[in-house]
Design a protein around this ligand. Structure first.
Ligand code: 3HC
Ligand code: 5AD
Length: 544
């Protein structure tokens, strides 16, 4: 029978054409070289995985996000997650914290603790990890332009608890560039933001050697509407800019590259997503070795966290989101992720309830224990279809990277700063987002229960027990903050801020000035405010 003319021509979600059949002969004839393109798991170019035996050695980390209200409320959620199968921690901060304002700032009103935890001071950070031994926990802090301040608080808490910094294992997102086209919680202009990112890399390389200094993120780019190719390309391009920035500081590439980490979203197109992860590892390995002269295998080995994309989850028939999350998580595992968050099935309504997170953890444990997919590394490796897609994604992503490289005349650092400020990245994402929405609205891409004939408007959140925000949290947090300010020495605080300003003017690394400041009770908003006064605020050019 010929292909059904009433069905759309199969294309991947990023628009790659899909053939009627893929065969090993065709793959061999395409120039695919198993030794150079595939290799062994745990070895260059890492297409088949970061480690030789992958999940046989250690399962991926189950790392569901937590963050709402005060530090105490989030600490309680951590404990709930740990009691239900969580093996790593991940913290989301509220909007004021993400953008560098204290909870009592007028811009913070109504947002304190609403979509993440409110952290103003080192005392809050201490309470966040109350009862959690820092040297045993693998912690992720999702913070970007103020990353240096929040990491400073974390390091200060460790110091106070007597935990040596080399014993700390964790990740700070610290991916300043993607804020301009992805998440948009920026606090500073691109140049100063990149300086702070690089300060963190430099300081940790010397003093916190097991810390992942940047989680180079594609997740937010994808959430902003990019397709898989753009997610891959812009994430790798950001990473290249960070590598160049650190090398420009005089750090040898092999000193810091092993502690760069990545973060991707995972969408619905099962094979394209698996191919994306495999292509990402191969591209990073080749770029690190061939362009930046890395010699240590660990510098070329990409390790990454994955989150199933919240934007794929819908309000209609919300229980169906459990299956969507399960399939996306399966793609992430088949793609070799090191760490995973499965978004809650109630995602389209609010931040997740306890019940939604319990099911997300169970989803991960069913995959790990019941499905058999973790039994052997890269079980789909060698599939003609998957290998073809992997190569196609790599090539398409390289075309974007070459374009950005040209904008910087061969410097990705300059190219990325240019592509951010001239709106190139944002406009490419906007076009992909428009293409996707067109496919949904014309019915070329079906989302079950949303744009098909089986839409059931009666099936809604009726039976869901959604997260309930405690409206008293904002007042409690402001009272805590007032107490911190009252109990500190104002003279010490003022002196610590003056030191920060001087260090910024001298263009020296800011972490050595920030750590004693937060220990003296200086708040995040005060530090970021001082830096904003020095460097100015970023005004979004509003590209679309
Ligand atoms: N063989 C040998 N060793 C192995 C192994 C194997 N098969 N598997 C694992 N290991 C070892 C590793 O080498 C590592 O040891 P090392 O540190 O000495 O090298 C150890 O076991 C732990 O394994 P991983 O490092 O692979 O796993 P982690 O979970 O510790 O780290 C990561 C994963 C991706 C590298 C890290 O950066 C991370 O945890 N990232 C999480 C980021 C995150 O949670 N982000 C969420 C952001 S949410 C967001 O932005 C959305 C929004 O809020 C808007
Ligand atoms: N708690 C849990 N998950 C969160 N996310 C964002 N904030 C929180 C939070 N406070 C997740 C959601 C969202 C994505 C950007 O990150 O899945 O879609």
């Amino acid at each position: 029978m010929p292909d059904n003319p009433n069905q759309p021509t199969p294309r991947s979600l990023s628009g790659l054409p899909i053939d009627g059949l893929y065969s090993p002969d065709q793959l061999a004839a395409s120039g695919f070289d198993p030794a150079a393109d595939l290799g062994e798991p745990g070895q260059f170019p890492f297409t088949r995985g970061a480690y030789p035996n992958m999940y046989r050695g250690r399962l991926w980390t189950r790392r569901q996000i937590a963050g709402f209200g005060t530090a105490a409320a989030t600490n309680e959620r951590y404990r709930f997650l740990l009691d239900h199968g969580q093996t790593g921690l991940s913290t989301d901060f509220d909007h004021p914290t993400l953008t560098g304002y204290d909870s009592d700032h007028e811009l913070a009103e109504g947002e304190v603790g609403r979509l993440g935890v409110a952290i103003d001071s080192a005392a809050d950070m201490d309470e966040l990890f109350d009862g959690i031994p820092l040297e045993q926990a693998s912690v992720s802090l999702t913070i970007n332009h103020p990353a240096i301040v929040l990491l400073g608080m974390f390091l200060s808490v460790a110091e106070k608890r007597g935990t040596p910094w080399p014993a700390l294992r964790g990740t700070v997102q610290n991916d300043s560039l993607k804020e301009f086209h992805g998440q948009k919680t920026f606090a500073l202009p691109p140049g100063p933001a990149l300086k702070l990112t690089t300060d963190v890399v430099e300081f940790c390389t010397r003093h916190v050697p097991n810390w992942y200094t940047i989680s180079i993120s594609g997740y937010h780019t994808r959430e902003a509407g990019s397709d898989a190719v753009q997610e891959l390309a812009f994430t790798i391009a950001q990473g290249m800019a960070y590598v160049e920035s650190a090398m420009k500081r005089g750090l040898p590439v092999d000193s810091f590259a092993p502690r760069l980490s990545h973060f991707f979203g995972v969408h619905n197109d099962f094979f394209e997503e698996i191919a994306k992860f495999r292509a990402a590892r191969r591209m990073w390995a080749r770029i690190m070795r061939d362009r930046y002269g890395a010699t240590r295998s660990e510098s070329m080995r990409m390790r990454f966290h994955t989150q199933t994309l919240g934007s794929t989850l819908v309000r209609q028939d919300p229980l169906n989101n459990i299956l969507r999350g399960g399939l996306q998580a399966l793609a992430a595992v088949l793609g070799g992720t090191q760490s995973l968050h499965v978004s809650g099935y109630d995602e389209a309504y609010d931040i997740p309830s306890e019940e939604a997170m319990r099911i997300s953890l169970a989803t991960q444990m069913i995959l790990a224990n019941e499905s058999g997919v973790s039994a052997t590394p890269d079980p789909l490796g060698g599939s003609a279809y998957l290998e073809t897609l992997t190569t196609q994604l790599e090539e398409a992503a390289h075309a974007y990277i070459a374009r950005i490289d040209d904008m910087g005349n061969g410097s990705m650092l300059d190219g990325m700063l240019e592509a951010v400020s001239n709106g190139y990245i944002e406009s490419e994402i906007a076009q992909a987002s428009y293409r996707y929405q067109q496919r949904v609205e014309t019915g070329d891409y079906t989302i079950v229960g949303v744009n098909d004939e089986y839409r059931d408007d009666a099936a809604s959140s009726g039976s869901l027990e959604l997260f309930e925000f405690d409206q008293g949290e904002e007042d409690r947090q402001i009272a805590r903050l007032t107490q911190v300010r009252r109990s500190r020495s104002e003279a010490d605080a003022a002196q610590a801020i003056r030191r920060i300003v001087k260090t910024a003017r001298d263009d020296a690394n800011l972490l050595p000035a920030i750590i004693p400041a937060v220990a003296a009770g200086v708040t995040e908003g005060e530090i970021m405010g001082a830096l904003r006064d020095e460097w100015g605020e970023y005004v979004d050019p509003g590209v679309f």
